[in-house]
Design a protein around this ligand. Structure first.
Ligand SMILES: Cc1cc2nc3c(=O)[nH]c(=O)nc-3n(C[C@H](O)[C@H](O)[C@H](O)COP(=O)(O)O)c2cc1C
Ligand SMILES: Nc1ncnc2c1ncn2[C@@H]1O[C@H](COP(=O)(O)OP(=O)(O)OP(=O)(O)O)[C@@H](O)[C@H]1O
Length: 146
């Protein structure tokens, strides 16, 4: 008898996709049978410049990746609303995301949610000039086309 498929959850801004995003999503997918992704609302991206692409566009592009089973736009206010709906077995944090594992575990526990929390690895450039950050792409764009 086979059980329910396990769900891994990734999350992030995903503005102007690059191979660092693909590395993260592929690694996150390895933690479960299905990969769900929460795409952050622009209004909640406060720790860096707001994304260039609109919320819906960022969600649609992530949803089209073959490694992704479902992409969900985040809740405008309560990060745990989509987490409760998706009901992941494991939450995979990006290598440089400011969220800390212990804080998320505590927040899950307070809400009666059960999920492992793990941290993904980072990807270094594999060839000269490979761009692995949205900010870097935008900086180059402004330098060369601005
Ligand atoms: C478990 C979890 C759930 C999240 N849920 C939401 C959400 O519902 N809405 C949202 O706007 N951002 C949500 N976020 C935050 C973003 O997806 C993202 O982590 C944040 O905007 C920082 O973006 P960056 O790490 O891509 O720079 C969540 C983050 C985590 C760790
Ligand atoms: N080079 C990379 N290697 C591994 N994971 C990455 C890499 N770049 C981004 N990610 C992961 O992808 C997810 C979404 O990242 P985000 O959209 O913030 O991209 P970013 O390119 O790092 O943005 P910015 O350059 O504006 O900080 C995060 O979990 C992040 O850790």
């Amino acid at each position: 008898m086979t059980g329910e498929p396990t769900r891994a959850l990734a999350q992030g801004t995903f503005d102007l996709l690059h191979p660092g995003h693909l590395h993260y999503l592929e690694e996150a997918a390895g933690h479960g049978d299905e990969l769900h992704v929460i795409v952050s609302r622009s209004a909640n991206v406060t720790h860096k410049p707001a994304p260039v692409c609109p919320d819906r566009q960022r969600r649609d592009v992530v949803a089209a990746l073959s490694v992704v089973d479902e992409a969900h736009l985040g809740d405008p206010e309560d990060y745990f609303v989509p987490v409760r709906e998706i009901d992941p077995d494991v939450i995979v944090l990006g290598f440089d995301q400011h969220h800390d594992e212990e804080g998320i575990r505590a927040a899950l526990g307070e809400r009666g949610l059960v999920a492992d929390v793990v941290r993904a690895t980072g990807r270094e450039p594999r060839y000269d000039g490979e761009m692995l950050s949205t900010n870097e792409i935008i900086r180059k764009l402004l330098e060369e086309r601005g």
